[in-house]
Design a protein around this ligand. Structure first.
Ligand SMILES: [Zn+2]
Length: 174
């Protein structure tokens, strides 16, 4: 349900953590990688943008995982911390349903991967909002991926269409 006060509160916490909203990334290279079905390339590019130095792989699945999710990532109980050598030596697997890749618009796939990588970003800084799905979407938006969520809200996003528009408005006012 649409809750502007909740969303504004989450956004201001994330803005404080990340010291403001980043310029949006150029969408073209991401769309080119998706067109080539280079999903590992997309994930690597997002990891670079978000300063996650770990090895990444994609698990393509037909079934399993959380019922409602198109994509998910399992985090270790003790999360390696940002800037640590443990994080550099870590490996994360982002799982994605093959049928999601078959039907989702390219921008929605990028948004979903940016969401999963944002779980990692919030995890490695032990952020109090790391388990809040709306905050995870907002983190991806704060860190440069806001325009990819335009076509995502009905497919995989956690923000309603109105909340998404509201957040874009707040971000453009900064
Ligand atoms: Zn999530």
């Amino acid at each position: 349900m649409t809750n502007y006060i909740e969303v504004a509160g989450l956004l201001s916490q994330l803005n404080a953590s990340f010291r403001g909203v980043r310029e949006p990334v150029d969408q073209v290279p991401y769309r080119e990688l998706i067109a080539k079905r280079d999903y590992e390339g997309v994930l690597g590019k997002i990891a670079d943008q978000l300063c996650i130095p770990s090895a990444l792989q994609i698990g393509y699945v037909n079934s399993g995982g959380p019922e409602e999710a198109s994509c998910w990532v399992y985090m270790p109980t003790v999360m390696p911390q940002f800037g640590s050598s443990t994080l550099r030596k870590s490996k994360f697997t982002v799982y994605v349903r093959k049928r999601f890749l078959a039907v989702a618009p390219p921008d929605t796939v990028v948004a979903a991967f940016a969401h999963e990588m944002s779980h990692i970003v919030l995890g490695v800084i032990s952020h109090p909002l790391r388990h809040n799905e709306k905050a995870v979407d907002l983190t991806a938006m704060v860190l440069g991926y806001r325009h990819f969520f335009a076509s995502s809200h009905s497919v995989s996003g956690y923000l309603s269409r109105d909340e998404y528009q509201y957040v874009l408005g707040l971000m453009s006012m900064k």
